[in-house]
Design a protein around this ligand. Structure first.
Ligand SMILES: [Cu+2]
Length: 531
């Protein structure tokens, strides 16, 4: 994978290079390619009666207030604690939360204005906070072994039972007890980011139990665009879950204490899918809107579920989803979709115009990849006529990086595929399961690189620290929804995707990994050292 001669040889294959790589590594059989399954993962079934769709109002997570401001920086405090939340009407669900709610409180920031978030861990296990999409110094990036230990848990060592089934020591781990300050310079494009748990081996069940929240970065240039704002700007965190008979969340963890043995039971090794679709923590919610343009900032916070979203009116008309932004902020110009694929951890910023919908009409947000109850996501009820002075400018931003292939100082190939670890079935990058003590990629600050990513099944690949642009998909131009600056790219089964990025910002130890959270816990991460 890091053999430069191998790369050169594969490059010589030209447009067939990606397919050549697949053939050379036996990555994907023709039969698997032909099947192209739309779902990677297995569905867990709830043991409770589920509510009818479009009954529960859409919650909007509260915006957290800083506890203090000094020197142009804001300080926040969040307590991680177990609490009972009403997700299904009349049902009590114990969850692990940031500050008592799911999703956690939203943090709103201005570009270039630093934020410190002091996290206090009152949960029964160590935690790690990662700000997904943040341009963050390594010490605050939430490396999986930089544990925040609960009080009195100093005896937790840096040895952990990893997915490869053997204790693993990370001499570089920085442990904290009870509280830890994470500092985010937020010197980056305005975007919808999200914070979530990233603990070694147990990220998937920790997010599933509730450790996820939103962080929005804004700036004056974006404010001046006159996009829909205030109550007409809605964050939508979509996540699937399943519920046990006692109202608790169901999850097929091998170790329900989430302390020792990572991983999930058969048949969930490819990912855990719930049968309840939550938006901002509510099942199939409904939201009353003015007959006007709305800005929907969509995050797929599901562990493994992919969506292909469409907005359908009562008479079967599909409304335009006008994409204005990607993971890392505004596009150069809007892109119109009627169907929007969204993989785990991706964000899409879209404007939907409800002005043509009759008053009283319902607009359902549907997942074309779902079936039965998981086909519905949420609905908007168009409640009233209203004036609308918002607009969608033809030019949204002019600061997107325009890296060219010729800027790249090297090309790297990475295969994301199933494989064996010492613990049994696992998920590998370049044939290896994650090892915090092994440096997989070393690059120099400021270098531009092209990465070629090849998949067996669906793998949403995420790079920490940097945004990237999609150059190609299986030798063809990127898809319309690949526009803009991204930090997570959805590799579809059998696909080869080329991305280009510049490694700038900070030196230090970062990660890249699959954001199917179950894959991530079962080995599909690698170290990225920026020197
Ligand atoms: Cu994966």
């Amino acid at each position: 994978m890091r053999d430069s001669r191998g790369v050169t040889r594969r490059r010589a294959l030209g447009i067939g290079g990606a397919l050549g790589l697949m053939a050379a590594t036996g990555l994907t059989s023709a039969a698997a390619l032909a099947r192209r399954p739309s779902i990677t993962g297995a569905r867990l079934r709830s043991a409770l009666p589920l509510p009818l769709p479009f009954q529960v109002p859409l919650p909007v997570p509260a915006v957290l207030k800083p506890v203090g401001t000094s020197g142009g920086a804001d300080r926040y405090e969040i307590t991680q604690r177990e609490t009972s939340v009403e997700i299904l009407p009349g049902v009590t669900t114990p969850m692990w939360t940031y500050d008592g709610s799911f999703p956690g409180p939203t943090i709103e920031s201005r570009r270039g204005r630093p934020v410190t978030v002091s996290h206090r861990n009152e949960l029964p296990v160590p935690t790690v906070v990662h700000l997904h999409g943040g341009r963050t110094p390594a010490a605050s990036d939430g490396y999986p072994t930089d544990l925040l230990l609960p009080a009195g848990r100093q005896e937790h060592s840096t040895h952990m039972g990893h997915g490869s089934g053997h204790g693993m020591h990370d001499p570089r781990a920085v442990l904290s007890e009870l509280t830890r300050d994470y500092t985010f310079p937020l010197d980056q494009r305005p975007a919808l980011l999200w914070y979530h748990d990233h603990r070694m081996d147990f990220t998937a069940p920790a997010i599933w139990r509730g450790l996820a929240g939103l962080h929005i970065v804004r700036d004056d240039a974006e404010d001046a665009l006159a996009l829909p704002a205030g109550p007409r700007e809605l964050p939508l965190m979509i996540a699937d879950r399943a519920f046990a008979a006692d109202g608790g969340l169901a999850y097929p963890a091998l170790d329900p204490t989430l302390r020792v043995r990572p991983g999930v039971r058969e048949p969930y090794l490819a990912g855990v899918l719930g049968d309840v679709i939550l938006v901002n923590g509510a099942p199939w919610p409904v939201h009353e809107v003015d007959a006007a343009r709305h800005r929907l900032r969509i995050l797929n916070a599901s562990n493994a579920r992919h969506y292909e979203l469409e907005a359908v009116t009562d008479d079967g008309r599909r409304l335009d989803l006008v994409q204005i932004g990607a993971d890392q902020g505004l596009l150069a110009a809007p892109v119109v979709h009627t169907l929007l694929p969204i993989a785990p951890a991706e964000r899409y910023d879209v404007v939907v115009d409800f002005s043509g919908v009759p008053i009283g009409g319902l607009v359902r947000v549907v997942n074309r990849l779902g079936s039965g109850r998981t086909r519905d996501v949420m609905a908007f009820r168009v409640a009233r006529k209203a004036a609308d002075d918002s607009r969608i400018p033809r030019a949204l931003s002019a600061d997107l990086p325009a890296w060219r292939r010729s800027d790249a100082v090297r090309v790297r190939d990475f295969a994301f595929r199933a494989g064996q670890t010492r613990a049994g079935h696992g998920w590998l990058i370049g044939g290896l399961p994650f090892d915090p003590a092994r440096t997989d990629v070393t690059t120099r600050l400021g270098d531009v690189e092209v990465w070629r990513l090849v998949a067996d099944v669906h793998h949403p690949v995420h790079l920490h620290l940097v945004g990237f642009r999609v150059l190609s998909r299986s030798g063809r131009p990127p898809l319309p929804h690949d526009a803009g600056l991204k930090d997570t790219v959805s590799l579809r089964p059998g696909e080869a995707v080329e991305i280009i990025t510049r490694f700038d910002g900070y030196r230090g130890r970062y990660l890249f990994h699959c954001h199917n959270a179950e894959h991530e816990d079962m080995g599909m991460m690698a170290n990225l050292e920026i020197v």
